[in-house]
Design a protein around this ligand. Structure first.
Ligand code: THU
Length: 161
């Protein structure tokens, strides 16, 4: 038997103010993205903003549906929009934030497994990792570089493609 250990790492900043200017701006875009969240059922607003290499910003927000499983997370709304409209303009970074009036969010929200799997596919398509910036108002910021920080055992079966 051999024991293996996998280390993943992320950077924590005390607030958005501590980030470099481009990342700070993208966080402001993610806050804007929350405006179009359609979340009458969960009352949990999520905003995602993608910065593309060209400088273009793409917005996503969670879109819920009265038939609950038909809704989609903010991250996948943004990432699928990218795939459908700008696949040749690589994603440099993605900022994600959330807000609810129901309770105070003290830590950033971390993307669900399905969104991470989609992010993995986007990285594969563009052959470059995406910097992910997770933050909440008045809370810390978590920054990672690429999907492997989240899913070290990601399903990547190269013979399928
Ligand atoms: N949600 C996102 O948009 N992104 C996440 O990373 C986690 C959850 C949405 C889905 C649903 O509309 C609401 O947040 C509550 O789960």
């Amino acid at each position: 038997m051999t024991n293996h250990e996998i280390k993943i790492s992320f950077q924590e900043y005390t607030s958005v103010q501590e980030l470099e200017s481009a990342d700070r701006q993208l966080c402001a875009e993610a806050v804007k993205a929350m405006d179009n969240s359609h979340s009458p059922y969960s009352k949990f607003r999520v905003g995602a903003a993608l910065l593309l290499k060209s400088g273009k910003v793409i917005y996503g927000s969670n879109q819920e549906n009265v038939a609950y499983p038909s809704g989609l997370c903010a991250e996948r709304v943004a990432l699928f929009h990218w795939g459908a409209n700008h696949p040749d303009d690589p994603i440099v970074s993605m900022a994600v934030t959330a807000h609810t009036d129901e309770f105070e969010l003290k830590k950033p929200i971390t993307s669900c497994g399905s969104c991470l799997q989609v992010l993995a596919e986007c990285e594969k398509m563009q052959r470059e990792p995406v910097k992910v910036i997770l933050f909440v108002a008045n809370g810390p910021v978590w920054v990672t570089n690429g999907i492997e920080s989240f899913l070290p055992f990601l399903f990547f079966e190269d013979r399928l493609s």
